[in-house]
Design a protein around this ligand. Sequence first.
Ligand code: DLL
Length: 399
Amino acid sequence: MDPEARRELQEQRLRGLVDRLLSTDNFQGARLRDLGVTRGTDVSLDEIHLLPTITKQHLWDHYPFGLRIAPPEDVVCVHGSSGTGGRPTLIPYTANDIEVWAEVMARALKGAGATQRSTIHNAYGYGLFTGGLGVHHGALKLKATVVPMSGGMTERQVRLIEDLKPDVLCCTPSYALRLADDLKETSLRVGVFGAEPWTEEMRQEIERRLNIKALDIYGLSEVIGPGVACESLDSEGLLNIAEDHFYPETEDGELIFTTLTKTGMPLLRYRTGDIASLHEPTGLRTFRRMSKLKGRKDDMLVVRGVNVFPTEIEAVVLELASPHYLIVEDRRTTTAQLHVAVESTQDIRQELTGKLKERLGITCQVHVLETGKLPRTEQGKAQRLARWTQGQAPIDGLT
Ligand code: DLL
């Protein structure tokens, strides 16, 4: 779509969204009225940054469905995430929202080279988590064949990949590596991996071990699930944002999305907590793009005044060790320490400590463990960061 026409469509949709929010007396509508906004045409895309943002805290304050604007009979399903600190976030979807989701996911899969003839092995978890069903809706829309494996039971996954010869693999990047441990030559050509942070170094490792092209997909349940943005075969390391449905902004590096077309629980300027940069389109594609995620605001570690994202540590670790690692933030005393536990058969402690110091500017305590000593993720998102505030270390071997 021509960028100018796209912008017009976005503005029209933004105004429609504001009208929908104003038609209810709930939180987002009331806030707009307080600002003197009485109808959609009072707002414009150029001035969207003047409208208030909404955060996860607001979602928790109005738990479970206080921010829903659709009548209950229009809600067709609920998704969400268990979230930080075990506080769930729940999102009600209307039939319209599912249609939007299927559309953006079909695009994402198609951009990865999937077609109606594809077999998509879907090892994202099915359930409240949006990964499994998001890919599922997109694959159906594309009329591809989807194998709804969900997560876990690796032996059976390997068997079905060998038997059904899928060309597309969808799962978390850490699980792709887990599968690579047990898979030999496969029919797979491309993987669509996301839901957790992963680096270029991790991408190279996955591509080498599975002999596929590994693409990054981004999304969050509050906005829709996977499909908010996704790399395509031609997108050169950036993720195409489905910005006809999800209008992106950044503020201090943080991504903010407005769900232009949702009707169940639409969000105006949702602060994601995710850090990335926005880029203009190039080539034949006309959507703006975003960088791979640098990290989450709340995952940023501040160690002796230095800001460190776990992804920076991952990039260094993968130069020397296997992709199974754990960062432990040791806050037992007032001077925080970072421990980095890796698996290797060689004594790489000194070299890794040196490289980490060079990249981060701080000295980390490196622990080299035997292969298999660190926990593997069979289901859900990989846990790369543990906090140690008192008592026993989160894993054996740390002092
Ligand atoms: O993780 C949706 C999803 C499923 C995306 C499958 C991609 C593939 P939530 O469980 O709500 O939704 O978690 C959303 O996960 O705010 C990011 O911090 C993180 N995240 C998602 N995708 C990526 C990615 C799904 N590609 C949160 N890279 C987001 C880094 C990601 N982090």
